[in-house]
Design a protein around this ligand. Sequence first.
Ligand SMILES: [Zn+2]
Length: 410
Amino acid sequence: MRSRNSGARGKRALAVAGLLLGAGCAAATAPTAPDVDEAIALLEAWLIPDPAPEVAGTPDHRGRPRHDPFDLADEIASLDAGEFVVLEGIPEPREPTPLAIHVTGTEVLTVGDEPFVAVHVAAAAGEGDRVAGLFPIEPSPSSAPVATGHAPAGLWVSGAPFFNWSDGGSYRGEGAWRTVAPGAVGDDGYSCAGPTADEAAPHVYPECLALYLGDDSGRHSPIYGFAADGYPVHGPWADLELLARSSWRLRDYDTVGSATGCTEGGRRTCVLADPLDPTAGTVPALSPGPTTADVPPGAFFEDFWFDIGLDDGAPHALDAFNGHSHDEFGYHYHITRIQNGDGSFTDVFPYILGPWFRGELRPGDPHAGGPRLPDGAATSRLPEMVEPPDEPSPPAEPPALCVPRLGICD
Ligand SMILES: [Zn+2]
């Protein structure tokens, strides 16, 4: 039971990478030496706890030790730099399990000159093993962040994909008011016993995975998955009893004269010229949306704006991408929820990661050619992102967001 580094397996890995990248993209090359320490740290995150039967209905695993039910620790320890490594031996999850899709293996492979972790998954119903994701081992911030778009934005460590805020629709199909995925999965009557529980709500907090991981309010959440740019996605907790805080806020349509509202109270007749900067003002909407009496704020992407004042360096503050950097974690995203007065939770925009990826995407990634954030957009108070306070500039173009079905990708 050691890692196998045979040439045959290396060739298989290359073939898989080539298929995934498709025509016209960077081709897989001969293996070079990945940073083995980085690779090990990344691969360990895919070691999810043993799904004991009581997990499905019992949220109480506080303090449960993390262990290695798949016997991957030895495999990972034997990683050799300069070789492809195929990790095997991940068994079927026990039944019952909330996971219809599951990770069957991981491997490090080199595409171009960059090392990636390839994650293999299979669905429970006899689906063959396939590569579901290629994640940069060394994520790097992008100088021109790309919209999270409609392809899967990443994978949970269960192997199931997750998506961005959008459900692909818009009010009356007119494209002006783009609907966000239903925010509330909620705790009421929600069961993790079904075979596709989390997969049925891929835009928000994956409740069953949280149970699986034993995450609670007692510490900084563990890694729940990885975004396509390679940055990890942690659960909702930034620290003990402290939820990570989205810096995206609802527009105030109802107060006449509010900076984020329109001329008539309660009406959706205008959109923000730049949702990252409300001082840029509003522009008329392509078509009016429903009144706030009919549909309360929060139903549409255009209902939100980024409040840079909330990205204030507090331990739970997040930037426009829904991430931050602290302690030993490096840059990472957080799933965002709020806790209500009765103790229940509500998932809040942008739910998992922001409307844009913070990091560079792999060449060939379905998002890589997508709409980009305008130059100079104020997305964070991180020192390197703060612009010098010079002369006023004209209002920025509204950030483009790709909704292919509506033909507004360019
Ligand atoms: Zn954090």
